[in-house]
Ligand binder design. Structure first.
Ligand SMILES: [Zn+2]
Length: 134
């Protein structure tokens, strides 16, 4: 069964993020005024409103905030992939991101569990940040 892949539409705000995943070194936007990192990418800081900023590499390390095991595919094209786990991860650098959690014993997943990024090349164009136990 061919894997079903939805490609995000990279724009001027999110393009550098998707490119950093392709390079297996995730980067997030950093505010030039208050210094906070933000996610998802956007034109201005979510904390102080300052426009722009720089792109900073992140460790990819964090802890699980919450998670869900998907048993019912929301789209029949995902039917070959269930069950899979999606986690919200609080990165060590601050922002909360979402990604699949792989290589984890589902019975042992818990909030606060340490995880690390794992870059998953879905095809030539798209890499996603998954997580696995650290
Ligand atoms: Zn700011």
């Amino acid at each position: 069964m061919e894997r079903y892949i939805v490609h995000p539409e990279a724009d001027q705000d999110s393009g550098p993020y998707w490119q950093s995943l392709k390079e297996h070194q995730a980067k997030l936007q950093k505010c030039g005024k208050c210094g906070k990192l933000r996610f998802p990418p956007g034109p201005s800081c979510y904390y102080c409103g300052t426009l722009g900023g720089s792109w900073e590499p992140i460790s990819g390390k964090g802890v699980i905030y919450t998670w869900s095991v998907i048993h019912h595919p929301v789209d029949k094209r995902l039917s070959g992939e269930v069950p899979f786990t999606v986690a919200m991860v609080d990165l060590d650098e601050g922002p909360r991101v979402v990604g699949r959690l792989v290589n984890a014993d589902k019975a042992k997943i818990k909030a606060g569990m340490k995880v690390k990024a794992r870059y998953e090349d879905l095809d030539q164009e798209l890499t996603l940040m998954y997580f696995e136990p650290a």
